[in-house]
Design a protein around this ligand. Structure first.
Ligand code: ADP
Length: 455
């Protein structure tokens, strides 16, 4: 069942229940009121009749019958019977028909003094009338033709009202549910037109206020992020091919040179040396690419443990200086951590070490003195590791781009590298819920600060 029909059905059920309850209530109250009123009229009739008979000397039975029959307020099928203390009928307003009564009924009237009951479809009241020590019983009965026909009319009106009300409710329910869900149908239609090829399309955000508009805004945000991711992917692939093409082209021209004409052993050796260095560069590049791909793909499944950042930093320094003995790395503490946990972070040891290796390597690589200074400091929430150098530095414009894969500042082109390390580093820090900030002055040096939330 569609949401539109479900809402319409629920709406109709609620309104229908209210209408039915309301109608039944009106009918029951009206029926009760009619009965009460009619009983009152019957009692009045009975009392008037007995008073005429017993208290007004001038009125005898015959006159009373004539009055009864000709009175304007006579009720339909009206009968009044009066019994003496021995249950002998002493007056009957009609002779041809009698009220269906039994001695038990008369006894009950004497006991209860006032009873309201039925005789077939007629209402019947019984009253005890005390006069000069005589206990007379009056039975008055009539058919409430006027009241009952009013009630039948009411029944008919309520029935039709209910039917019409329900039909209108169902119609309006379907109409309004359709109206309020129309923006969703429109969104639906717009979403189906969006494919990987036209991710720049956006959904109509309507009034930007209601729930559906907010859904459209969120989907648009999602599309924006997807578009960016697709764009990054596209430029990553084209940059990667470009980066791979350069050393491959160099390899090819070296080989062509070797095949051109007979060469001396020394010339062969030079060509082989060049081939080796190009192959090394290719291996280095593919390794970096592989690392970047792995970082992006499998990182979320990697186990995380409490790790001491300073331990990880010392391990990174040892590994780096073992591979490049010319590097000098000095580590000190900005403040003494108040507790052990201030340098403890939840993370992955190898990846955190990779972060520090990348930053330390850059600091030493891009400084003439090949020296990096590291300062560890902590506060209530974070552990900060600042890696500084007195190297070539970066302009503010370059700082905004150095985290893009393959980006290298022009001043860095004389140094070995592929422009991938920092994009991996930034991603790894982000996965450790940390931040990386950069301060740099061209020609003066740079400081890269990693801030990680500690345990
Ligand atoms: P790579 O060092 O291999 O070029 P990275 O991704 O590590 O790649 O760095 C990207 C760019 O950021 C570098 O090419 C360089 O221009 C700049 N950079 C990174 N670290 C430093 C630094 N400590 N001093 C100056 N420039 C830096």
């Amino acid at each position: 069942m569609t949401i539109r029909n479900r809402i319409a059905l629920q709406f109709s059920l609620i309104v229908a229940s209210i209408l039915v309850i309301f109608s039944v209530l009106i009918y029951v109250v009206s029926a009760t009121y009619r009965r009460e009123e009619f009983y009152d009229r019957l009692k009045n009739k009975g009392r008037t009749t007995v008073r005429f008979l017993v208290e007004v000397k001038e009125v005898d039975q015959t006159l009373l019958k004539i009055i009864d029959r000709n009175t304007l307020t006579a009720l339909f099928d009206e009968k009044v019977l009066i019994f003496d203390e021995h249950n002998q009928l002493i007056y009957s307003s009609v002779d041809d028909q009698v009220i269906d009564y039994s001695p038990a009924l008369l006894t009950e009237v004497r006991r209860e003094k006032d009873i309201e009951t039925h005789s077939g479809s007629n209402e019947l009241v019984g009253l005890l009338y005390r006069q000069n020590g005589r206990d007379l019983v009056i039975l008055a009965s009539a058919y409430d033709q006027f009241g009952r026909s009013k009630l039948a009319n009411l029944r008919l009106t309520l029935g039709w009202g209910l039917l019409v009300g329900l039909s209108v409710t169902i119609g309006l329910g379907i109409f309004f549910a359709g109206q309020s869900l129309r923006p969703i149908s429109q969104l639906n239609e717009q979403v189906t037109t969006i494919t990987a090829g036209n991710l720049q399309r956006r959904l109509d955000e309507g009034n930007r206020q209601d729930e559906i508009a907010r859904l459209a805004i969120n989907v648009n945000d999602l599309l924006r992020r997807l578009e960016q991711a697709f764009e990054q992917q596209r430029s990553f692939v084209s940059q990667t091919s470009h980066e791979l093409r350069t050393p491959l082209a160099a390899l090819k021209s070296e080989i062509q040179l070797g095949l051109l004409h007979p060469l001396t052993v020394a010339e062969h050796e030079t060509i082989l040396q060049n081939l080796l260095s190009d192959a090394d560069r290719l291996i280095g590049l593919t390794n970096s690419l592989l690392q970047l791909a792995r970082t992006l793909e499998t990182i979320d499944q990697l186990p995380r443990h409490p790790i001491r950042t300073d331990d990880s930093l010392f391990a990174a320094r040892d590994e780096l200086t073992a591979a490049r003995p010319q590097y000098q790395i000095d580590i000190d503490y900005g403040n003494i951590p108040e507790s052990e946990t201030e340098t403890l972070v939840a993370g992955n040891d190898d990846l955190l070490k990779q972060v520090f290796i990348n930053l330390l390597d850059n600091a030493c690589k891009y400084s003439p003195d090949h020296t990096a200074r590291v300062r560890i400091s902590t506060d209530n929430t974070h552990c900060h590791i600042a890696v500084s150098d007195r190297g070539i530095g970066l302009t503010p414009e370059e700082i905004t781009r150095i985290f893009e894969p393959f980006y290298r500042a022009t001043t860095a082109l004389d140094y070995p590298g592929f422009g991938i390390g920092l994009s991996i580093t930034a991603r790894l820090i982000q996965l450790h819920h940390g931040t990386l900030s950069v301060k740099s002055e061209p020609g003066q040096g740079s400081t890269f600060t990693v801030s990680l939330p500690h345990l």
